[in-house]
Ligand binder design. Structure first.
Ligand SMILES: *Cc1c(COP(=O)(O)O)cnc(C)c1O
Length: 432
């Protein structure tokens, strides 16, 4: 019997032979929609957001959901209705914000490789701010805005050169990362921005990485950024807002290295104390959380296809794969995996793997499970960076998604068909 506590969200609970999200039994959803299936809790998302809102009570702050974590339209709709802005990284994401009923006036645009077409699209939509990541981008943005007879609101992403102590693929605040402008060049870059006719300097921003489980890198980054704010403002440039990025980790309930991230309100209590001490407590603040708003609000349900015992390893082959839940293959990430219905039989240690033709296609290693073919497993904490990174590799249609709200649910994305996957393709003329 597996009886370890469930990772993450208090909105996922075990009840007799099933798991519930809010009040909806997950077996009802798999019977209706099949597997693999992502299921999200609206209450879990709003509760994660509420932790930030509590942290910022009485402050002039805007929360811009970093939508690359999960950009499904209904998820965006939930955050838009709750008053959030959005941090986008492409023109496609801007189109999604608008389709979901979000306010482009609350959008900030990050990313190192914005194209001219994306800049035009965002200027015309009237976004709040471009987070500019290089000196070359500043020049191009000014040119593009000038040609439209507009001024682009900009903030420069500075690289505070602090170690977020996270996985190298998700650490972004060190000197050798492709992101942001080096701390030493930031003042010069601001002075250049202030001279460019197509730009209006409005803020400063940083983002040091993702899945951060400790307050100290944030405090260090804040000090470094505020040092720059002092210097930039002394040189005569006013900054209306300070954006501290995203990156707060979630509890994936790893068995070994169980480092618990601080809650959003605890983190911001510490950060606001520093901000107040340095005299910036009344400045407009922005943050760009992604994972911490959605990660623990979602599960991926998958059916056991085959059990394959081996000499060295036993494999539990399921119908979800690296194309659905890419984090293990990409970062060796850990997700807790638990059957919906617990069996009283002996557990066996399995590697849980998908059907994709890659040895990297695994979802969990060395998991003790009492399962049989046909059982449904829940892969927990898969609300962030799973569906949004899903691919069609092996011509696998992407999973369906359901959003649970109390005792009701909504299918928010139907399962992709083979027809969907071929829709953009065409054959060449047959040669005789
Ligand atoms: C990815 C990203 C975020 C969100 O990061 P999380 O770790 O999901 O909170 C915020 N800002 C920028 C610029 C990003 O690239």
């Amino acid at each position: 019997m597996t009886n370890s506590p469930l990772a993450g969200s208090p909105f996922v609970a075990r009840q007799s032979k099933d798991l519930l999200i809010e009040q909806v039994p997950l077996s009802t959803l798999t019977t209706t929609y099949g597997t693999p299936l992502f299921v999200y809790s609206k209450a879990a998302m709003l509760s994660a957001l509420a932790a930030y809102q509590r942290g910022f009570a009485g402050r002039n702050a805007r929360i811009c959901y970093a939508m690359k974590a999960n950009s499904s339209l209904a998820v965006l709709q939930v955050f838009a209705q709750a008053g959030c802005g959005f941090d986008i990284v492409s023109g496609g994401e801007l189109a999604r914000v608008i389709a979901a009923g979000g306010d482009p006036g609350k959008v900030i645009f990050s990313g190192v490789g914005k194209t001219r077409a994306e800049m035009q699209q965002a200027l015309r939509a009237g976004i709040a701010c471009f987070n500019v990541e290089s000196e070359a981008e500043l020049e191009v943005l000014s040119e593009v805005a000038h040609a439209l007879e507009m001024r682009a609101p900009v903030s420069i992403r500075v690289n505070p050169n602090v170690d977020a102590k996270t996985h190298p693929y998700i650490s972004t605040g060190l000197k050798d990362n492709k992101f942001g402008v080096a701390h030493e060049r930031a003042l010069q870059t601001y002075q250049r921005a202030a001279q460019l006719h197509g730009l209006e300097v409005v803020g400063i921003d940083c983002h040091i990485g993702s899945q951060i489980t400790d307050v100290s890198p944030y405090l260090d980054a804040m000090d470094r950024v505020l040092d720059l704010v002092d210097a930039i403002e002394r040189s005569g440039i006013t900054l209306k807002h300070i954006d501290f990025g995203g990156g707060l980790g979630i509890d994936y309930n790893m068995p070994v290295d169980n480092e618990l991230p601080p809650s959003a309100d605890d983190l911001w209590r510490a950060l606001l104390a520093k901000l107040d001490a340095r005299g910036y407590g009344q400045r407009q603040l922005m943050i760009e959380p992604g994972r911490s708003l959605v990660g623990n609000a979602g599960v991926c349900l998958t059916t056991v296809e085959y059990l394959k015992p081996g000499e060295l390893k036993n494999f539990c082959i399921v119908d979800a794969a690296m194309n659905d839940v890419p984090r293990p293959a990409m970062y060796e990430a850990f997700h807790q995996i638990t059957p919906l219905a617990l069996r009283d039989t002996e557990s066996v240690v399995y590697d849980v793997v998908g059907p994709v033709c890659e040895s990297g296609d695994w979802l969990g290693r060395d998991r003790s499970l009492a399962v049989e073919a046909g059982d449904v497993l829940a892969i927990l904490s898969t609300g962030a960076y799973c569906m949004a990174m899903a691919s069609n590799y092996n011509t696998r249609g992407r999973a369906a998604e359901v959003l649970v709200d109390g005792n009701k649910w909504h299918l928010i994305r139907r399962r992709e068909t083979a027809q969907d996957l071929m829709a953009c393709e065409s054959l060449i003329p047959n040669t005789p």
